[in-house]
Design a protein around this ligand. Structure first.
Ligand code: C5P
Length: 220
């Protein structure tokens, strides 16, 4: 069984809205509706655990009911960081799940083709897989306002979600206690796990500010 964790517990301060990011409007629905509906419709995913912002568990459950998301088997209260939210959600992922796909609600436009792409390497012995895009800009390491180093762009990728993992590997990566990693793969890598990079999707825009919301809305 493949289960999904939908990380939706961020505050989204940079959006400047009066509510958490997962509940800002995208068209006439909360942002969370888009990724939730797409994961529900996925050919691959059989169970979904949502990490909701504190005090927004009820609206998240109601939204899932409204959308007829029968795959949602739990909604947990998220933690202070993304890592904590994923760790808390993993507790509710059914034991039968051999594979866990972790996705950020902040990336609403998740296509099932990307889910399929990250799942495929797990059948070939990889511990995890992440979708990624090459970088258009030159990337430099800086200290304060001084350039320290220019990195070799050909070796760099911008990594997105959904990310897929062998469930036991992901659970172990999160078992060490409080986590503050910006993605799940970095925890798996740190423990020596092998993570494959697959083609990302330019539509997997991460909503951080109001302009991102407009870019996403243009795709709908
Ligand atoms: O804050 P940022 O946009 O980088 O968060 C990425 C994803 O992680 C978002 O979907 C957000 O809802 C989620 N998140 C979370 N719990 C937190 C912080 C972020 O589930 N405490």
């Amino acid at each position: 069984m493949v289960a999904a964790v939908l990380a939706a517990a961020g505050s989204g301060e940079r959006l400047g809205a009066d509510r958490p990011k997962a509940f800002v409007r995208l068209g006439d629905r909360p942002l969370l509706a888009e990724s939730l509906e797409r994961l529900e419709a996925s050919e691959w995913i059989e169970a979904i655990v949502i990490a909701a912002p504190p005090e927004w568990e009820e609206p998240a459950i109601l939204l899932a009911e409204e959308l007829g998301c029968g795959k949602v088997n739990a909604c947990v209260t998220g933690g202070a960081t993304r890592g904590e939210s994923v760790r808390l959600a993993l507790v509710e992922v059914p034991d039968e799940a051999a594979v866990v796909v972790v996705h950020d609600a902040a990336r609403p436009l998740v296509q099932d083709e990307v889910v399929e792409r990250v799942l495929a390497p797990l059948g070939e012995g990889w511990d995890g897989a992440v979708p990624a895009l090459p970088l258009a800009d030159t990337i430099k390491r800086v200290r304060g306002d001084e350039v320290v180093e220019t990195l070799d762009r050909s070796e760099l990728r911008a990594v997105q979600t959904p990310q897929a993992f062998v469930a036991t590997v992901l659970r172990e990566a999160y078992s060490a206690g409080p986590v503050d990693a910006s993605d799940c793969a970095s925890l798996v890598e740190a423990r020596g796990g092998r993570v494959k990079v697959v083609a990302g999707d330019p539509r997997l825009i991460k909503v951080t500010d109001a302009a991102d919301l407009e870019r996403v809305a243009a795709f709908l």
